[in-house]
Design a binder for this molecule. Structure first.
Ligand SMILES: NC(=O)c1ccc[n+]([C@@H]2O[C@H](COP(=O)([O-])OP(=O)(O)OC[C@H]3O[C@@H](n4cnc5c(N)ncnc54)[C@H](OP(=O)(O)O)[C@@H]3O)[C@@H](O)[C@H]2O)c1
Length: 258
């Protein structure tokens, strides 16, 4: 069984390629640097020839509203068209838990467009919705920082390690399509303000977190359960504190991007 990972050089893609190879799968890591471009279609026919499964873990280089929508619509249309022609039997795509509750943001409107194209296509599929990755927790603080203060709402969040995302995706890629959505998340729920306090403390970052019910998440208004998955979500094993301590405390040595 050949599995093509589109976006195979990214944070999740590179971990996924490694895990699938460790399990003896034949894997093609596809990305613009290897001559495969899902936006233009370049290299897709060759990469997908003889493949059973395609996993889409691409991301848009720009998160500007129009650019990100164009990226996910065009890229997904191209992938599904070339996959149908190559008789690929399973399209797996990585999306985000709570996408339909985050539509104030152009990024999530683009992710919903991606999901809808997949649902409407003839290619059997599994949409995997993951919660926020630990690797992006620092970015949440950066986007809500004014001066030395980080204003965040005390809503629930259940983040997960990128390693666990890749582990779940590898299992799903090697299974039959669910023709529906699977949610995955971390093993623990946190209050968003408290999670960021822990992350900043571990990084010895002096910013102060202010709990503010009107604070925003990536600039989006959120409520108590906007960011958490359903009760039937598959949960990763890595705990946030263990992930933080996997590197010596100190901003420069904490895990960032694989
Ligand atoms: N951040 C989160 O917490 C979170 C949570 C749930 C789901 N997700 C989803 O996870 C997915 C993957 O995220 P990530 O952080 O792993 O992304 P990433 O590290 O930014 O990697 C993106 C990948 O897409 C590739 N790519 C970009 N443009 C392409 C194109 N035109 N054709 C083919 N490949 C292209 C990149 O190739 P190059 O290396 O050559 O640029 C790279 O391999 C995203 O769709 C995101 O929505 C994210």
């Amino acid at each position: 069984m050949t599995i093509v990972v589109i976006g195979g050089t990214g944070l999740i893609g590179s971990k996924l390629v490694k895990k699938l190879r460790e399990q003896g799968q034949e894997v093609i890591a596809a990305s613009p640097s290897s001559g495969v471009n899902s936006l233009t279609g370049e290299g897709l026919a060759d990469a997908l020839k003889g493949a059973s499964v395609a996993v889409d873990v691409t991301n848009s280089p720009s998160w500007e509203d129009a650019a990100v929508l164009k990226f996910f619509e065009t890229s997904t249309r191209n992938l599904l068209k070339y996959e149908a022609a190559a008789r690929v039997r399973h399209h797996v795509a990585l999306s985000v838990v709570g996408t339909e509750r985050l539509l104030e943001s152009g990024f999530f409107r683009a992710k919903i467009a991606q999901e809808n194209l997949i649902k409407a296509s003839t290619v059997p599929y599994s949409i995997v919705r993951a919660t926020q990755f630990f690797e992006f927790v620092q970015k949440i603080a950066d986007l809500s920082t004014e001066g030395n203060k980080v204003r965040l709402p005390p809503v629930l969040i259940q983040p997960m390690a990128a390693d666990d995302v890749a582990g779940a995706l590898s299992g799903i890629a090697m299974s039959s399509p669910v023709n529906g959505t699977v949610e995955i998340g971390g093993p623990e729920k946190f209050r968003l303000d408290e999670l960021i306090r822990q992350d900043l403390a571990a990084r010895q970052d002096p910013r102060e977190v202010i709990s503010d019910p009107h604070g925003r998440y990536y600039g989006i208004a959120v409520t108590e359960r906007t960011l958490v998955p359903n009760d039937d979500a598959r949960l990763g094993r890595t705990r946030f504190a263990d992930w933080l301590h996997a590197a010596k405390p100190g901003a420069k040595t904490l895990p960032q991007r694989a």
